[in-house]
Design a protein around this ligand. Structure first.
Ligand SMILES: Cc1cc2nc3c(=O)[nH]c(=O)nc-3n(C[C@H](O)[C@H](O)[C@H](O)COP(=O)(O)OP(=O)(O)OC[C@H]3O[C@@H](n4cnc5c(N)ncnc54)[C@H](O)[C@@H]3O)c2cc1C
Length: 419
């Protein structure tokens, strides 16, 4: 029998969970104080990669040696704000430990592969269903390296091979043929043909939300503040403007999910890895494909609104003001990568954005029941892969709400691993 499911958060995870819950025959209410696909959500401004091969967690063995550098360089690819260090410390310790050994990283990679496999196809089907097929492309993505040595030294690629991911390797000449505008200092490339990309993540989420509403979901514009239980039975989602009665709830509020889980006694180590993007409207040139630039830790992707460079990590909490210098660095990198881009693009053609990746320390999201009640499902903490990971997560959420056996093992994603 269908249940009344309240889904808190209308980012990529929430709206796809809504579509899949409707498909299972449930009644759905989506709750969000913002516009679905709006700038407040990480799902708006991400790089748009549908990279089913992004299975490697952010922390790697020996990363602890780099922590002093992260603290000293506020503009580095990974920076930790001094003022936020005391608050972030417990999460940072778990993060360092999660990447301590190769075996730990491989365990996460195996789990993430199950979550992300086939994601470009799942997204394409969702985009077709929502009437926006052109927003999802499945023509591969490229990683570029200054040299082959940088690739060979990367543990992540060795583990990717072991979990069954395949790619094409390009020497300098082959790279030039594919990407004639790219600065020749990049001499080695890898193409992952199974991956895809989204041409406008914000518009995609908005279209999915509209599709959910057209299929029967109700949208309540409100900020959820808690979950009301009667014993272990869920009664309502509490919002700033009143209660939404329901018999199941999904917590999918991205980086802001922590207060909601704490309201029912689940203290989960969710942190925000702040990231930035810079967008150049009507750029003079750019890549032919979408590319990850290994030394800058940023993705360059064409969107319908322009050329977007997105990435880097800043540990600084949910409330601190953006440090726009970090986005300017992305812009400068982009201009150096494509020498035919003018050095002084007018500010009117440049847009900058900062958003909050919702990140668990071990690089695996929380997908599973709350300890307080099986009426509450958690679906957050997807870190760097929440767009690509949203397609299967939505299906898993619907299966959990329906009490069905999930289509992949959920032990690696169980919130209880931290409790
Ligand atoms: C710079 C950058 C680049 C990235 N690149 C990629 C990429 O290429 N590929 C990829 O797969 N992932 C990428 N990511 C990660 C991805 O964007 C996130 O993991 C994903 O968007 C998380 O989706 P979400 O739905 O969990 O959260 P969000 O998109 O943040 O949505 C959460 C929603 O919850 C709402 N909300 C918050 N609090 C409440 C409340 N109390 N009550 C009700 N609603 C609430 C918010 O308003 C928001 O709409 C990137 C992230 C960043 C920052």
């Amino acid at each position: 029998m269908g249940r009344h499911v309240a889904i808190i958060g209308a980012g990529a995870i929430g709206v796809i969970s809504a579509i899949e819950a409707l498909r299972e025959g449930h009644r759905v209410t989506l709750i969000d104080p913002g516009e679905p696909g709006g700038e407040q959500a990480a799902s708006y401004g991400n790089a748009g990669w549908l990279s089913s091969h992004s299975v490697i967690p952010p922390a790697e063995p020996g990363i602890w040696k780099k922590v002093p550098g992260y603290l000293l360089d506020p503009l580095g690819p990974l920076a930790i704000r001094w003022s936020y260090l005391p608050k972030a410390l417990p999460w940072l310790i778990k993060y360092l430990l999660a990447g301590w050994t190769e075996a730990k990283i491989e365990t996460t990679a195996i789990a993430m592969r199950a979550l992300l496999k086939d994601a470009p196809l799942l997204h394409r089907k969702l985009a077709e269903e929502a009437g926006v097929p052109d927003l999802v492309e499945r023509n591969g993505v490229m990683h570029v390296f200054p040299s082959r040595v940088n690739f060979d030294g990367d543990l992540g690629w060795r583990i990717r091979k072991r979990v069954g991911i395949e790619w094409l390797e390009l020497n300098a000449d082959e790279m030039r043929q594919r990407e004639p505008e790219l600065d020749p200092r990049y001499t080695f490339g890898v193409v992952v043909e199974e991956a895809g990309r989204c041409r406008d993540p914000g518009a995609y989420v908005a279209a999915l939300a509209a599709h959910a509403q057209a299929s029967g979901a109700e949208f309540v514009r409100a900020k959820a503040t808690g979950l009301r239980l009667d014993g272990n039975k869920l009664v309502a989602v509490v919002t700033e403007t009143g209660e939404v009665p329901c018999d199941a709830a999904v917590v999918a509020a991205g980086a802001r999910s922590k207060l909601l889980t704490a309201s029912v006694g689940d203290a989960l180590p969710l942190e925000t890895e702040r990231g930035y993007h810079v967008m150049i409207e009507n750029p003079e040139t750019g890549p032919r494909n979408s590319m990850m630039v290994s030394d800058a830790k940023m993705v360059v992707n064409w969107t319908n609104k322009g050329l977007r460079a997105a990435g880097t990590v800043e540990i600084g909490g949910l409330d601190a003001a953006p440090n726009w210098k970090r986005a300017e660095i992305l812009r400068d990198y982009l201009v150096n990568m494509f020498p035919k881009l003018p050095k002084n693009i007018p500010a009117s053609r440049i847009k900058m954005w900062m958003g909050h990746r919702p990140s668990m320390p071990d690089g695996r999201p929380c997908i599973g029941y709350s300890r307080a009640s099986r009426d509450i499902v958690y679906a957050f903490g997807h870190g760097h892969v929440g767009l690509v990971g949203s397609a299967r997560t939505g299906r898993l959420v619907a299966q959990l709400v329906s009490g069905k056996t999930p289509e992949i093992p959920l032990e690696p994603f169980a919130p209880q691993r931290f409790l």
